[in-house]
Design a protein around this ligand. Sequence first.
Ligand SMILES: Nc1ncnc2c1ncn2[C@@H]1O[C@H](COP(=O)(O)OP(=O)(O)OP(=O)(O)O)[C@@H](O)[C@H]1O
Ligand SMILES: [Mg+2]
Length: 227
Amino acid sequence: MLQVEGLGKRYGTVPVFGGVGFALARGEFVALVGESGVGKSTLLNCIAGLDGADTGRIVVDGIEVTRADEQARARLRRVQLGFVFQAFHVLPHLSVAENVALPLLLQGRPDAARVQAMLEGVGLAALGERYPAQLSGGELQRVAIARACVHRPRLILADEPTGNLDPASAARVLALLHAQVRQAGAACLLVTHSQAATLRADRVLRLTAAGVEPAPAGLQAPSATPR
Ligand SMILES: Nc1ncnc2c1ncn2[C@@H]1O[C@H](COP(=O)(O)OP(=O)(O)OP(=O)(O)O)[C@@H](O)[C@H]1O
Ligand SMILES: [Mg+2]
């Protein structure tokens, strides 16, 4: 579902990372860890075609993001991708339910029952009519997660989606992401600092300036398969 090969990124003359290579198969739930500032959010932005890489290649569901034009990248984000941004990017003038419904509307296939099911999945069933300014940080984060999954994307990119959540809400969100991966045959790349999240992943990768490597055993679930 995702191939990243020899990816390198600089901002001006300052290198962020280089030699980044890994792949995600359909049905895989992979966590990505790494120090603050190492480039995890930058890597997700490159995969989503929101930022350009300097070297290397990214292929999402057969589409070469690193060669696609802006129109093809926008279509990829609308159809194949679900993105949970570190800074939420929830639209303030839309209600919670309208925010979650947006990806379906952009594809011309509204589905109120699906929206309500997603709100239930993240524990916000009663808050659909509220506006973002009336929500807590953790509730906003869950709106962003419901919106990222509502259109059944093939690849979910989630940037610290449980960072503001209490353990029960975090577990619910991880279960929702897992369900998308297992039932809908999606793949998920989850950036996280939380061990509770890495322990639920099929594999844990660590990003460094020099590339991607398997994370230390303590972060991996005992049954995780090293590759
Ligand atoms: N637009 C930009 N221009 C210049 N430098 C940038 C820009 N965006 C990010 N950076 C730098 O690139 C590096 C990687 O940033 P990034 O946000 O990807 O890190 P991160 O691994 O997601 O960190 P965190 O765990 O704190 O979220 C950082 O040193 C950051 O300061
Ligand atoms: Mg980040």
